[in-house]
Design a protein around this ligand. Structure first.
Ligand code: PA5
Length: 440
């Protein structure tokens, strides 16, 4: 396999210089925190692989998987689906279908429950906490649907991925004897795609999930096994760059993906970055963008808008073996004749990188060896580790999300949960303010 690389040639633009600093203390931090950063070394991987192999024939026996989950329990599976099992969005498809319910969308859920054939469907409920209101609401609606449609066999159409011992979902597993796999301790949603959270749907889709894990482990394990290597690790270098850029006023991070099938890694990365780093007035705003599509949408702003952006530019060699442009083309297109669709992608990739450099947008190029699952695993691990380290440099905790927890409390108060009187009063302070309406 060719090597994937970070290209730094255009990283330090816009007048921001790489300032030396004494980061040795972070080696000790890594040593201390390794036990609570299981995503890095994936110490659970071997046991998980054995469990997945046991569940494989069960999972692959269904035509449909209805995944109930949100945030980190949905964005990773969706990225893997779009990248490595894209058939469902293409004509004449007859393979396994993954339906991800990651919103409170009455129409979507009702429509799917009307149309899915229960005998052909496995419902997978994914929630680390087992208490997320959106996922639990879905479960409370889907469970009676399954029980009604399949009164004798409904348990054989359920699978849960949740905390090893605690939480309402784990209680359901224990109560009914439902098939399940654990989310290891200390593995928060946005860092969990390489656990059963992402791997159960991956197994169902029949993608190269072992390759994905292999790629991830090749990046994360050297660091987990030798924290002394931290300061030379690409994830640390990426974090230092992002941190120094934020200190210099670069407040937005573009994830610009020129591997078309990987476009949905954009939303995955953005959740990882935003929920990890937006704290205490700190952090940088992630922006997902897809090449070449967003050349005709967002790029103008990236190039000529405020000089507050940096860019993670992701590409891999384009496939030039297919889709040749015919020899006979109108005269003004003659220069394209004999080239392939891949040549066009490559030309636009280079042109955009050059334009970003001309406009002084600091850019690190994630020059991926190819678009395989193994390469994707490498990139995911690199970005997860870089996110954690950027948080350390910013002096914030990258694994919690206190501000959004607050909103969840208010929603529960609004729905009348017992013991939420104080939150209900805070909510009233908002709802009591009369609306200032302007019709349109
Ligand atoms: O990254 C996170 O921790 C969150 O986005 C969670 O994934 C999301 O809130 C869902 O949580 P849970 O898996 O507990 O249902």
């Amino acid at each position: 396999m060719n090597q994937s690389k970070l290209d730094w040639a255009h990283a330090w633009l816009g007048g921001v210089a790489d300032k030396p600093s004494d980061d040795a203390k972070f080696i000790d931090q890594l040593k201390n925190e390794l036990p609570v950063l299981p995503f890095l070394g994936l110490p659970f991987a071997e046991e998980m692989i054995a469990q997945l192999e046991e569940h494989e024939s069960f999972l692959r026996g269904f035509k449909h998987m209805l995944l109930l989950g949100i945030g980190g329990s949905a964005l990773g599976p969706r990225a893997l689906q779009r990248a490595f099992a894209p058939g469902q969005d293409r004509p004449n498809y007859d393979g396994p279908c993954l339906w991800i319910a990651d919103n409170v969308d009455p129409d979507w859920l009702e429509n799917h429950l009307e149309k899915l054939v229960p005998e052909e469907t496995v419902v997978v409920v994914i929630s680390k906490s087992g208490g997320t209101i959106e996922t639990m609401t879905q479960y409370l609606i889907v469970l009676p649907w399954l029980q009604k449609m399949l009164p004798d066999t409904w348990k054989d159409h359920l699978f849960m991925v949740t905390d090893t011992v605690k939480g309402p979902l784990r209680e359901e597993v224990n109560k009914y004897g439902i098939r399940s796999m654990p989310v290891p301790d200390n593995l928060g949603g946005r860092y969990s795609v390489l656990s059963a959270v992402g791997m159960v749907p991956a197994v169902f889709m029949g993608m190269d999930w072992k390759g994905l894990l292999k790629g991830a482990m090749s990046v994360g394990r050297p660091l987990a096994q030798n924290p002394e290597a931290l300061l030379d690790h690409p994830a640390w270098k990426l974090a230092r760059w992002a941190y120094q850029m934020s200190e210099a006023g670069k407040s937005q991070v573009i994830y610009f993906c020129y591997i078309p099938s990987w476009a949905t890694f954009g939303p995955w990365f953005c959740q990882l970055w935003a929920e990890s780093l937006g704290k205490d007035g700190k952090g940088t705003q992630p922006i997902p963008a897809t090449g070449v599509t967003d050349q005709h949408s967002l790029l103008q702003m990236f190039l000529d808008g405020p000089k507050d952006k940096i860019c993670l530019f992701v590409s891999s060699p384009a496939d030039k073996s297919i889709l040749p442009i015919p020899a006979e083309v109108p005269a003004q297109w003659q220069y394209l004749s004999g080239q392939t669709f891949g040549d066009v992608l490559e030309a636009e990739t280079i042109a955009t990188r050059a334009t970003l450099a001309e406009k002084d947008v600091p850019t690190v190029h994630l020059d991926m060896a190819d678009s395989s699952a193994e390469s994707a695993g490498k990139m995911m691990m690199l970005l997860e580790a870089a996110t954690i380290f950027t948080g350390w440099l910013m002096g914030i905790n990258p694994v919690d999300q206190p501000a959004v927890e607050n909103g969840k409390k208010l929603a529960r108060a609004r729905l009348g949960m017992a013991g939420t009187e104080a939150d209900a009063a805070r909510l009233a302070a908002f709802t009591d303010i009369p609306s200032v309406n302007m019709e349109f």
